[in-house]
Design a protein. Structure first.
Length: 225
C-alpha cells in the first residue's frame, strides 16, 4: 500500500483540514515540526520516510480566494525527485512541471465534464468528492460514466478528513467491485495502521493521509517495509 502525505496550504502556511469546513482550518500542530510552514512540514515527512509522492491542496485556489501557486512551484523546483499531486481547484489545461500531476475534483466540474476532462488527455487524477454530509459532489454524469475517468481515482470523503472516524470502507468496496480496472485511492478518516490494514483487505492501492502522521499515530517505525 502506498501512503501519500497530504499538505493543506492556506495563506502560505500548512493548516489542519477537518471535516471539509475550510473556513475554520487552523495552522497545523504536528509532531513532525513546531513550525507550520510547508518546508518544515515537508522535511518532517521526509525525515520519517523517503516518500516519493506528496499531495498538496491549495485551499486558496480551491475556494477562489487567491492562490499559493508561486510557493508550490518553488517547492516542486526544490524537490525535483518527488512527484506532487496538486489540487488547485478548477484549472485550465496547461504545461505543468514534470513532477506536477493535477488533481481534478468532481466538486469543481460542471455539466460540461466530458469536454473539460478530455482536454487533459487522461493525464490527471480524478477525485470523486463526497461533501460534509456524505453527498456526492459534482455532475451525476461524471459519477456514472467511468469512461471519463483516468486509471487512478481518489474517493474523497470530506466529512472524514481530520476526523479520526475511520475510513469509508463500504464506499471503497463498492467502487472496487464495480470498477475492477481502476485503481482507487482512499482519502479521509485514517486513524492508524489498523485502518491501513482494512484498506488492504478492500484492495485499495494507495491512501492520502495527514492527521495520523501529525498526531504520531503512524510513525517512522510503522513505515519500515
Amino acid at each position: 500500500m502506498k501512503l501519500i502525505p497530504v499538505i493543506d496550504l492556506k495563506d502560505g502556511i500548512v493548516v489542519h483540514a477537518k471535516f471539509g469546513h475550510r473556513d475554520c482550518y487552523q495552522p497545523i500542530q504536528s509532531v513532525l515540526s513546531n513550525q507550520p510552514d510547508i518546508y518544515s512540514i515537508l522535511n518532517g515527512f521526509l525525515r520519517m520516510h523517503a516518500f516519493d509522492t506528496l499531495y498538496i491542496a491549495d485551499l486558496n485556489a480551491i475556494t477562489r480566494s487567491g492562490n499559493n501557486t508561486a510557493l508550490i512551484h518553488q517547492v516542486l523546483n526544490d524537490f525535483p525527485s518527488i512527484t506532487f499531486w496538486i489540487d488547485a481547484g478548477k484549472i485550465l489545461p496547461q504545461e505543468f512541471p514534470k513532477n506536477y500531476i493535477p488533481i481534478l475534483g468532481s466538486e469543481y466540474i460542471d455539466k460540461h465534464c466530458a469536454t473539460y476532462l478530455a482536454q487533459f488527455n487522461h493525464e490527471f487524477i480524478l477525485s470523486l468528492d463526497h461533501g460534509v454530509v456524505g453527498e456526492r459532489l459534482g455532475e451525476t454524469e461524471l459519477w456514472q460514466e467511468p469512461n471519463y475517468w483516468p486509471k487512478e481515482v481518489i474517493i474523497m470523503t470530506l466529512a472524514r478528513v481530520g476526523s479520526s472516524q475511520g475510513v469509508a470502507s463500504k464506499e471503497l468496496q463498492h467502487f472496487n467491485e464495480a470498477h475492477p480496472n481502476k485503481q482507487f485511492i482512499a482519502a479521509g478518516g485514517v486513524r492508524n495502521m489498523n485502518d491501513i490494514d482494512i484498506l488492504k483487505k478492500y484492495n485499495v492501492k494507495a491512501v492520502l493521509l495527514a492527521s495520523a502522521f501529525h498526531l504520531g499515530a503512524i510513525t517512522a517505525e510503522n513505515l519500515k517495509f
